[in-house]
Ligand binder design. Structure first.
Ligand code: NAD
Length: 453
């Protein structure tokens, strides 16, 4: 079936009201959970073909995430989908007021390649939980994982309910011409703007999960060893191809040497070798070339070697970096970590403020004033104090960007809300109504209205 016909059948199916039944949603969430578990090996093999990612990393950063999402909704769906009673103001008495969460209808999820399962399936799961139909278009860049998801879902879900379309720019451009009730996009800021424009044609609401340069600040009041260990883990996970990875480090001059030494220590200890369990390769030649061109060989503190044959780039620390260097002009999205030193904490916050609002920001310090200033002054999607990346794993926190790094959020109840409309209903009694609001108006009525409103 073509895109238009599939969407048409999904709209007809949505109008049957079947997806609004919570039992129906749970049945398909359970089915998806079983399919993921039964096909775990197929999923590992596909991601290994795409970018040599280990079972361990795939389970921790992808499969377990998706299974956790399903379990969250299975456990919380009854309460999330229940109408919520709110108080009714005096002027509307006698009545009850309720917010009814309702599914938006036919939704489109467009995924990115760097965590291909999580970034496609988590929004799909939230869309199912909220009672929608969904078309999923995973990223063609990770083509084996795209095919694996299409196979698993298209062989087991009715296309009038959930369907996966494979394809790249041309296919997505065609799909984006259609009128959806919601578009959820994960990817670059550049393509986010294309999606936003296409959605505007139909006044379709969007959630845009985009990227940006996420800073880490390390001050002299930090535990330097813990900072280095956590930053190395978060940066070189997936070879730096993580939207919330620390992009660059701003370290206080007085602890810079100690910090650099610790970075070196942990890169060595973690054994990030080519083709190893610990370390992933770069997704394709285009990205390999883009990343390696950002390396100024005069500024390499550690690493700096790469192999075009197997698309491997060593974990690389760049030092003596300034804001004008090429590596500071775009999101790196690869295993290069530029380090800039600073003397004045207030000035360094101002430098970050001059950049676009990042998806994440991190600070390592045990100084409460610095922590407070970091939170109050900087605007960013989400982040951590004394850690990196881990905020993503707490479902009670919304995950999303702000400004150039996106709009809207998901995970846990925020994912449910992202794919729902909050329908407001006032239910009034047909007795006990004063004549106050009805014509003919009078001075006396104004007097009473003023008191009431
Ligand atoms: P991308 O924008 O190139 O592609 C994302 C999706 O858009 C893919 O499915 C692709 O097929 C489609 N697409 C690409 N060009 C298109 C076009 N011209 N018209 C219509 N559709 C098009 O992004 P990517 O390379 O897959 O991912 C990297 C970017 O995504 C980075 O900036 C990263 O920070 C960001 N990202 C953000 C998050 C998040 O959760 N906020 C997660 C992962 C990645």
């Amino acid at each position: 079936m073509n895109y238009q016909d599939t969407l048409h059948t999904q709209r007809e199916f949505f109008n049957t009201q079947k997806t609004k039944n919570v039992k129906f949603r749970k049945m398909y969430l359970e089915k998806l959970r079983d399919l993921i578990t039964q096909n775990e090996n197929l999923l590992y093999e596909a991601i290994d073909k795409d970018f040599g990612k280990s079972k361990f990393e795939t389970y921790v950063t992808e499969i377990s995430f998706v299974l956790k999402d399903i379990d969250y909704y299975l456990k919380n769906l009854n309460s999330l989908s229940k109408p919520k009673k709110v108080t009714t103001n005096l002027a509307n008495q006698i009545a009850t007021s309720k917010i009814h969460p309702e599914p938006l209808g036919c939704t489109l999820v467009i995924g990115a390649w760097n965590y291909p399962y999580q970034l496609s399936l988590s929004p799909l799961i939230a869309s199912i939980a909220a009672g929608n139909c969904c078309i999923l278009k995973p990223s063609e860049i990770a083509e084996h994982t795209m095919r694996a998801m299409a196979k698993i879902i298209n062989e087991n879900f009715p296309p009038e309910y959930i369907h996966v379309f494979e394809g790249g720019i041309d296919e997505t451009t065609e799909i984006l011409k259609l009128k959806f009730d919601k578009i959820f996009f994960t990817g670059s800021t550049k393509v986010g703007k294309i999606v936003y424009k296409a959605a505007a044609e139909h006044l379709t609401p969007v959630t845009l999960e985009l990227g940006g340069k996420s800073p880490v600040i390390v001050t002299k009041d930090a535990n330097i060893e813990v900072a280095a260990k956590r930053i190395i883990w978060g940066k070189f996970l997936n070879a730096g191809q993580t939207c919330v990875a620390p992009d660059y480090v701003l370290v206080e001059e007085s602890v810079k040497e100690q910090f650099l030494e610790m970075l070196r220590k942990y890169i060595t200890e973690f054994k990030y070798e080519s083709n190893s369990e610990q370390y992933t390769r770069i997704i394709n030649k285009k990205n390999f070339e883009r990343i390696t061109q950002l390396v100024n060989s005069h500024k390499v503190y550690f690493g700096g070697n790469f192999n075009e044959q197997n698309l491997h780039i060593e974990p690389t620390i760049l030092h003596n970096i300034n804001w004008e260097d090429d590596v500071m002009q775009e999101e790196i999205f690869g295993p290069l970590l530029p380090v800039i030193s600073f003397i004045n904490f207030h000035q360094v916050l101002n430098s970050v403020l001059e950049m676009e609002k990042p998806l994440s920001a991190y600070i390592f310090t045990n100084n409460d004033e610095e922590k407070n200033l970091f939170i109050q002054k900087l605007s960013f999607g989400g982040g951590c104090i004394n850690d990196v990346v881990m905020h993503l794993g707490n479902d009670n926190l919304p995950f999303g960007g702000v400004g150039n790094s996106g709009m809207g959020s998901y995970h846990g109840k925020f994912g449910f809300e992202t794919f729902s409309h909050q329908k407001a209903v006032l239910d009034r009694a047909t007795w006990g109504e004063p004549d106050l609001k009805y014509p003919p108006y009078s001075e006396n009525k104004i007097k009473w209205i003023k008191k009431l409103l």
